[in-house]
Write a protein that binds this ligand. Structure first.
Ligand SMILES: CC(C)(COP(=O)(O)OP(=O)(O)OC[C@H]1O[C@@H](n2cnc3c(N)ncnc32)[C@H](O)[C@@H]1OP(=O)(O)O)[C@@H](O)C(=O)NCCC(=O)NCCS
Length: 152
């Protein structure tokens, strides 16, 4: 499948979105995620491992990493969107909306049976790209670790 090897890019003024994993600044991504509400305390090694096993979308301003989105997927039937952020200084300019629009348009993420995500308060962002709250939560199960990286 050719699209597995080809990285996808989109640009707007000084901003770039790319799926090229060689461009990713793991230190910058780790610096944000380790202070996020969902992955607080995560180690750099674990961030690097998660990236290695995912379809990643980097967001750059003049080639500096200012945002990120990670899709865990078989590229055929299922995907899970995670670790979405835009750095504080760049918020409110529509960059997250652009990022999510590029994610959901990716050729390897078309016709999926289910595309999932979890969010505390950004439902209104994802609703603009077709995501809906789970209609039948009874059908879904999970194993969740609370504060998984607290170091205890
Ligand atoms: C959420 C986040 C990625 C938005 O980035 P952004 O570039 O400022 O967002 P945009 O400018 O593209 O606009 C976001 C849109 O979603 C809407 N929205 C809904 N919930 C939101 C939320 N919790 N935070 C920000 N925007 C939200 C906004 O109203 C806006 O829509 P509108 O322009 O139609 O009014 C950014 O605030 C962030 O990194 N937050 C911290 C990390 C986080 O919560 N990530 C999501 C985890 S699921």
């Amino acid at each position: 499948v050719e699209s597995l090897a080809v990285s996808l890019e989109a640009s707007r003024d000084r901003f770039l979105i790319s799926t090229d994993s060689d461009r990713l600044d793991i230190d910058a991504i780790h610096a944000y995620l380790t202070r996020s509400y969902w992955a607080g305390g995560i180690s750099r090694d674990l961030v690097a491992r998660s990236i290695a096993g995912s379809l990643c979308f980097g967001l750059y301003a003049d080639n500096a990493q200012i945002g990120f989105a990670r899709v865990i997927t078989d590229r055929a039937t299922f995907a899970y969107l995670a670790d979405v952020y835009v750095l504080e200084a760049y918020r409110g300019f529509g960059l997250a909306k652009w990022l999510i629009s590029v994610v959901v348009a990716h050729p390897d993420l078309q016709g999926l049976r289910r595309f999932m995500l979890a969010t505390r308060d950004a439902h209104g962002l994802y609703e603009q790209y077709g995501f809906r709250t789970v209609e039948s939560p009874r059908w879904l199960m999970e194993i969740v670790r609370v504060n998984p990286y607290s170091g205890a």
